[in-house]
Design a protein around this ligand. Structure first.
Ligand code: ADP
Ligand code: MG
Length: 255
């Protein structure tokens, strides 16, 4: 299970989750996307809104298999390969301070599922109960950042948070690396931030970086997978996500 986090909004957690889901679907992997963000953007983009009776908030209340089953819906991208554990505004109830027994509810819920080749967890932007529960259920975490000042410091805090969880309730959790998103080719400020990222995170920076491309927003707006979107920019993005997915799958098979 792979968690996608950062302690900042708008850097591209959902876009990276969707890109990886698109790559996994294209590779024929059975994939579940867990939408932990109360904004539920992922659920919307995957064409699953309103398609299940329950949602992730109910699963965090009670991680029993029957609740999990009633909160999972097929994605319109590919109903056979891709499913969504539905996000909802109601999950904000679980974002407060989390008691130790609650911290493992998502883990418990996901451990009853063995039909997936990959589980992706899209986290909200803060380090509240939801992100902590999400990461505790994961064996690997991707930190998403953009080459901007505040995003770089948020990425550093995200690594600290992963380390704290790892030394406490989530000993199996390991950082996979940093995805640098929304990279613009000609921006000296960005080049500076990218060098700063390399200085801070070194080999944890994953290759390739994801460029800023209108195709990302166009595909998302149309509710389509980037692998199914036409044009050279979409192909470039899709190939980037293929490489990141291959890296993640390799890392997860090592544990
Ligand atoms: N590489 C990219 N190129 C262009 N737009 C992007 C890119 N990555 C993200 N976006 C856009 O930026 C906005 C925020 O991204 P999102 O993935 O929702 O961030 P988060 O989940 O971290 O809040 C969305 O409108 C998304 O389409
Ligand atoms: Mg998001």
């Amino acid at each position: 299970m792979l968690g996608v986090c950062s302690l900042k909004g708008g850097v591209g957690k959902t876009s990276v989750t969707l890109g990886l889901a698109s790559a996994a679907m294209t590779a024929g992997m059975r994939t579940l996307v867990v939408d932990l963000d109360p904004q539920a953007d992922t659920t919307l983009a995957l064409g699953a809104t309103g398609a299940a009776a329950q949602d992730v908030a109910a699963v965090l209340d009670n991680p029993a298999r029957y609740v999990v089953d009633s909160a999972i819906a097929a994605s319109s991208w590919d109903p056979d390969l891709l499913e969504v554990l539905m996000g909802s505004a109601d999950s904000v109830r679980h974002d407060g301070p989390t008691y130790e027994h609650r911290l493992h509810n998502l883990s418990t819920a996901l451990s009853t599922l063995d039909e997936y080749d990959l589980v992706l967890v899209d986290c909200p932007p803060s380090l509240g109960g939801l992100t902590r529960q999400g990461l505790t259920a994961c064996s690997r975490a991707l930190v998403v950042t953009e080459p901007g000042l505040f995003s770089v410091t948020a990425a550093a805090r995200a690594f600290q948070a992963i380390d704290t969880l790892r030394r406490g309730p989530a000993p199996a959790l390991q950082p996979l690396g940093v995805v640098v998103n929304r990279v613009r080719a000609r921006s000296s400020e960005q080049t500076y931030r990218q060098q700063e990222l390399e200085g801070m995170f070194g080999p944890l920076i994953l290759s390739p970086v994801i460029p800023e491309r209108a195709a990302m927003q166009q595909a998302q707006g149309a509710g389509r997978a980037i692998h199914d979107w036409p044009g050279a920019s979409a192909t470039e993005l899709a190939e980037g996500f293929d490489a990141l997915l291959a890296r993640a799958v390799r890392a997860m098979s090592e544990t």
